[in-house]
Write a protein that binds this ligand. Sequence first.
Ligand SMILES: Nc1ncnc2c1ncn2[C@@H]1O[C@H](COP(=O)(O)OP(=O)(O)OP(=O)(O)O)[C@@H](O)[C@H]1O
Length: 394
Amino acid sequence: MIEAVGLTKRYGAKTAVYNLSFQVRPGTVTGFLGPNGSGKSTTMRMILGLDKPTQGRVTIGGHPYNELPNAPRQVGALLDAKAVHGGRTARSHLLSLAQLSGIPARRVDEVLGVVGLQEVAKRRSNGFSLGMGQRLGIAAALLGDPQVLLFDEPVNGLDPEGILWVRNLMKSLAAEGRTVFVSSHLMSEMALTAEHLIVIGRGQLLADMSVRDFIAHNSAGFARVRTPDTEPAQREKLSAALTEAGGQVLPEPDGGLRVTGLPLPRISDLAHEADVRLWELSPHQASLEEAYMRMTQGAVDYRSTVDQRAGLQQQPAPGMMPPPAPVPGQDQPGWYAPPPPQGQPQQPPAPGENPYATPQPPAPAPALPVAPPPPASTTATMDKTDETQKDDAR
Ligand SMILES: Nc1ncnc2c1ncn2[C@@H]1O[C@H](COP(=O)(O)OP(=O)(O)OP(=O)(O)O)[C@@H](O)[C@H]1O
């Protein structure tokens, strides 16, 4: 299990991760989501002991990564698939990693087979495509047959067959009882791969819940109703009955009606009472992508000036954590720290509760208390080191 407690990382005046606490449990694929620059890679680097937290701690199986005995046998990671000596062949790259951790050479051939690179094992990796590089990075992560696996954007550059393969690989690793933590910007893929999600925005926790609950909390379900196309009067009659009963009714382009504010059985009863025949009455829920866009819309740092979402800004669903607002002075030295996300996200609808209710605007967010600035000496010293490390890595 991976456990982060109050994890914070500052680079000079920039707070990349703030007071992040979460657990990644074995046996399920946990997706790690957040807009560009929200702190996912920084968090993963701290988990792997590559960056030192400014505050807080993160452990794997109860120990910081750097204190794990023979860590490569316990934890495997794909952070940057390009971080490979391009002059080496795929096999010699893996062999050198294996030798450093006392892993037998036969395991190298095994993982080359697992990722489908056996045919090109003797080719230099600088001639590899993006997808082949990803496969090599995944092979390196699997080398020590570790119980804990971290993947930063593993499907980046893979073709549809490769994406399907990664999806099945992640699931089978989790099914074997391993801890699998995977970041991705591909929501449709995450919806199919992950069971649990940790979502961050501007370095702070926005959600820690199952994919199912995440979608339920961050999107308004609706019912779709269709009356016989040949009888427009029936549609009008039903629309009036539903509106009178407190529902919100919107016409859909195909002649159907989108209804919120009324549960499905009530819609059915109202149609029956109005003597209207139904061709369709179906429950609908947003996709993970819609729910994610809705939750993170206030936490996006980089947005095109022609962003189509500009016209789609909505009030968040009831109970969801409001996305962290830009913190005044955050980029200035000595900025005051915002509090951690307040309260718990909304629970799924209780039995008998109306899942199709119209979302209500959330209560106003509490005012931010002013916290003292971080001690300048610690931050400044470490930031310099980290900045240098990042430059070196480039
Ligand atoms: N070594 C560093 N020095 C200074 N700032 C840094 C450093 N590493 C990361 N940052 C900053 O911290 C923030 C979080 O970056 P990070 O790479 O963790 O985000 P991310 O969620 O992984 O983004 P993406 O989805 O684009 O990969 C960014 O504003 C980034 O510029």
